[in-house]
Ligand binder design. Structure first.
Ligand SMILES: [Fe+2]
Length: 388
């Protein structure tokens, strides 16, 4: 204890006299949490060597012993920079871990000598360490929230997701257009990531679904750096309790040749690439054996007359209609709509969530309940789906 106090005092003093001490400016937030791994993302204001320390969620103090360090490495070297993405592997299924992120400033990297500056870490002394849980294999239940089309409105995000931590949700699904365009890293963090960290995202992961607006702007090509997935693409699958999720990227809504894209859009080929991948996904044992199969795509591939959704309808629906999909979740329209199975060529229900509403979902092996709520949590309706 005495040693810790001394170290804390020294670090506080150093911070006081060194105004340009390295700082964690965003995060950490959790991505790609599965039954055996998790990725922790954060950023610092200076280049740093970064690592994550993990500890079991037991009765021992975090300081009881040296905790294992996990680094981001590439080609045999630590990745040094301001954005840190540490993939924790070999975790146990359905287990809670405590963690701390560390960043050691690197002032210079000479060929034979690394010059270090100060350090910054999340607090495990004055505060409880951050915690996260891996997904349980065959855990039999899951709960999550869905929001979409936030377009950088952090006040609305706060109203909708203020109880995620308290309610112990397993994750939050961001179904596209969380920002209106991707212009810079700062704009992305200001738009929704920093607020999400305050609300829940340092302990509860969010699953990103790319909207058409996230494909726009000078920073759009950096999307995967911030939202890693199992496929290294914006389209991917994941399992959570009894639900198997298929996340698709509907791409842009207008034809590739539209003046807005200036010759840079190739979404027809991108959707075709996904359709080929999707055909394999629906044949997989994981998909076929799941009690519930939920497809998530920002742009609804039904009841639209624009090229993007028409093309998605033409490519995706023939595959999905033969796959016993229980529910498709969409956004994009900024209004609520619910289609029973059989409407406009989709042989499964399609729930389009409004930008001003959220969905609260709870599922076990036999039932999936979806509650539709307004911005402030007032219930507007509910749906019940049963597994066969
Ligand atoms: Fe959209």
């Amino acid at each position: 204890m005495r040693l810790t106090l001394s170290l804390a005092t020294v670090m506080m003093s150093l911070t006081a006299i060194t105004s340009d001490a390295i700082e964690i400016v965003s995060g950490p937030y959790l991505q790609n949490v599965t039954d055996c791994e998790a990725t922790v993302v954060w950023r610092t204001d200076k280049d740093a060597l970064a690592w994550v320390e993990t500890a079991p969620d037991d009765s021992l103090n975090f300081y009881a012993e040296e905790r294992p360090r996990h680094y981001e490495t590439d080609m045999g070297r630590a990745v040094v920079g301001k954005l840190h993405k540490v993939r924790l592997k070999g975790l146990e299924s359905g287990k809670t871990y405590r963690y701390r992120v560390y960043s050691h400033e690197i002032v210079d990297q000479q060929p034979n000598h690394i010059v270090y500056g100060g350090m910054a870490a999340t607090d495990v002394y004055r505060r409880e360490p951050l915690r996260f849980s891996t997904r349980g294999v065959n855990s039999g239940k899951v709960s999550f929230c869905v929001v979409n089309d936030i377009h950088g409105d952090t006040a609305r995000l706060g109203d909708m997701l203020g109880k995620v931590r308290e309610d112990g949700r397993d994750f939050v699904l961001f179904n596209g257009d969380m920002v209106s365009y991707m212009d810079s890293e700062q704009q992305l963090f200001d738009g929704f990531i920093d607020r999400s960290v305050e609300l829940f995202a340092n302990e509860i992961p969010f699953q990103m679904v790319r909207g058409n607006h996230e494909s726009r702007g000078r920073f759009a090509q950096r999307y995967m750096d911030y939202f890693p997935t199992a496929t290294d693409k914006p389209y991917y699958t994941f399992s959570a309790g009894p639900v198997f999720f298929v996340v698709l990227d509907g791409g842009e809504d207008k034809p590739d040749s539209d003046i807005e894209y200036g010759g840079t859009s190739f979404c027809d080929a991108y959707r075709a690439e996904q359709a080929e991948w999707l055909a394999g996904v629906v044949e997989s044992a994981e998909f076929r054996n799941a009690p519930f199969r939920v497809v998530v795509v920002h742009v609804p591939p039904v009841q639209d007359t624009w090229h993007g959704p028409l093309h998605a309808k033409q490519l995706f629906l023939p595959v999905l209609n033969k796959a016993d999909v229980d529910l498709m979740l969409c956004g994009h329209l900024h209004c609520y709509r619910y289609n029973e199975a059989g409407v406009d060529g989709a042989e499964f229900p399609v729930l389009i969530n409004s930008n001003m509403e959220m969905l609260d979902v709870e599922a076990d092996n036999s039932t999936m309940n979806v509650v539709r709520k307004d911005r402030y949590g007032k219930e507007l309706g509910r749906f019940k789906f049963c597994s066969e």
